[in-house]
Design a protein around this ligand. Structure first.
Ligand code: ASP
Length: 331
């Protein structure tokens, strides 16, 4: 008997077409259209399609993600062997990581998309969709958390990042590397990330917003004060190097920490935030002593996703946030 695979489409380049040669492409195709373009899918699985929305991924919201997570739980209970989400690549790393944090299912949850829209020579959407469905119904892909399948590679959501504006090999898992690959429609899973408990969003509230501020040379902390004054509930700082700021920004962060949780990530895009190397004002030792929470290996965008979901949950005291970032920032 063929497995049942559910495809939930959210839009993105994989679903985009233009009205004419100069208008630019916009989300147009539904989940049914995407499936129709890849007849092999029906040989592999019984496909059920769902169109949650049809937007560029820059328009997706945390509400969309929480709703899609609930839908995936419902489909799992309704006999799904695996779920594929198609969406824009611009925010795949955030959606996939959020689903990884929210779900604790055994079935594969696979996010994919395309870098070249269907009107371009070499469009990669159909190949990515086929690979995603192959992974979604593969037994070895179960219990791995959310995955991103793209360009014949299988990535764990917690590590993957978009690293290039246009190249189909844009997705990379930094120091961890992909956990598997596809070859001639064979799925290979060679690494198994350990699972962490899911986050239960009990208090989904659009007013809970987390700001992210990337610091540069000469930053005087004005934006940090503004973020606190304008009602953000949390703040993520992408500091310089191992997690450093100017003296003025460090003072603004000390003021911010008295009002809301502040996470210290690095703008470098690789490595962990340091904890005990530098001792100057605005160093990681100074900032952590002022109450900032180290993001560990999480980059700013992932830290913002994690903090937002934790603020929706019951695990949102400062002590719990420290613990959560300590664990999730090192796995
Ligand atoms: N460039 C994007 C994509 O690859 C557009 C989006 O994220 O919706 O799908």
């Amino acid at each position: 008997m063929k497995p049942v695979v559910d495809i939930i489409s959210l839009g993105g380049t994989i679903a985009m077409k233009g009205k004419n040669a100069t208008s630019g492409v916009v989300p147009t195709l539904t989940a049914d259209d995407l499936v129709e373009a890849v007849p092999q899918l029906n040989e592999i699985a019984v496909i059920r399609t769902h169109s949650h929305c049809n937007v560029p991924s820059a328009h997706l919201t945390f509400e969309d993600i929480v709703t899609v997570a609930a839908e995936i739980r419902r489909l799992a209970a309704d006999g799904s062997a695996g779920v594929v989400i198609t969406q824009g690549t611009d925010t795949i790393e955030e959606t996939a990581y959020a689903l990884d944090l929210l779900l604790e299912l055994d079935i594969p949850v696979v996010v994919t998309g395309a870098m070249r829209n269907p009107t371009r020579p070499g469009a990669d959407g159909p190949a990515n969709l086929l690979s995603a469905v192959l992974v979604a119904c593969h037994l070895n892909a179960r219990s791995l958390g959310s995955l991103v399948v793209f360009n014949d590679e299988v990535h764990a959501a917690r590590f993957v990042r978009k690293t290039h504006t246009s190249n189909p090999s844009t997705f990379s898992s930094g120091p961890a590397g992909p956990i598997g690959w596809l070859a001639e429609d064979r799925v290979r899973i060679v690494l198994k990330p350990d699972r962490l408990p899911a986050i239960e969003p009990v208090n989904f509230d659009k007013a809970i917003k987390v700001a992210i501020i990337k610091l540069g040379i000469g930053d005087d902390g004005t934006l940090i004060d503004a973020a606190v004054a304008t009602g953000f509930r949390g703040l993520v700082i992408e500091g310089l190097g191992g997690g450093h700021t100017s003296v003025s920004a460090a003072n603004a962060l000390e003021r911010a920490c008295a009002k809301l949780p502040v996470i210290l990530a690095s703008r470098t895009g690789a490595g962990e935030t340091l904890t005990c190397t530098y001792g100057f004002p605005g160093s990681e030792i100074d900032l952590l002593s002022k109450g900032l929470i180290a993001a560990g290996r999480l980059d700013g965008c992932s830290a913002r996703v994690l903090l937002t979901l934790l603020l929706y949950s019951e695990n949102s005291s400062i002590e719990q946030l420290h613990n959560e970032f300590l664990v999730r920032g090192t796995h």
